[in-house]
Design a binder for this molecule. Sequence first.
Ligand code: HEM
Length: 228
Amino acid sequence: MQPDHSDAPCTEDDVRELVHRFYAHVREDATLGPIFEARVTDWDTHLSSLCDFWSALLLGTRRFQGAPIPAHARIPDLSWPLFQRWLALFHEVTATLDRPALQAQADAMAQRIAAKLWQVWQDRNVLPSLPDTLPDGLKAYRDSPVFTPDNLPPALQAAHSTKAGTWGVLTVHTGILRYTLDDPPHTAVVLSAGQRIVIQPQQRHHVAFELPGSFQITFYREAEPAAE
Ligand code: HEM
């Protein structure tokens, strides 16, 4: 039986157009192009598999046989800026198709999948460069609100710090969040869903959403706080 495409945002021809246009741009891109050229030997087969992938997502077909998560987890030189570049090109191309429903759905799906691919890649490839466990002897005393792009206070997007003796554990629930230290060593980490980071007392830092989502901070202090 043929899948019911009555609610579909597009046709198979649109999917083909999107995939072929997008990967033509990818292949010409100075940063993304070389990664693909080093790994993809048969572009006809690859494009046909990518059409099946997008057709599965947008039209509910079942031809796609690949496994994108392991395929990306084993590419050694991925980074979040590369995903940003991939998404920026993808959004440029979907905007040229003159198919608003397709554009909206494909853009949202691409963002979700990019966040997932980056999360899995990081889990498998990166050792944490900032601590994610607290020292012993601390006690949680307050949770922040759940922050999203809509309620993220400007103060958290500029350099700020907790007071002496106050630690924080920042946990990303969804989306992608960049956490940056404002003093040496100026480390920045790009965190995805489920990842957490310890905020040390008085350590200046700021945050920014790379992809919309949500995060929360739990504050800790010594179990027997010293008199102020
Ligand atoms: C930094 C961004 C990305 C890079 C550099 C990248 C690179 C690659 C490469 C080199 C392959 C071929 C792997 C192989 O055959 O061994 C591949 C496959 C694939 N990519 Fe990506 N990719 C990126 C992001 C994405 C995103 C965001 C999506 C989906 C929204 C995606 C979907 C796919 C799919 C479906 C395949 C085929 C997997 C399979 O057949 O098993 N990629 N990608």
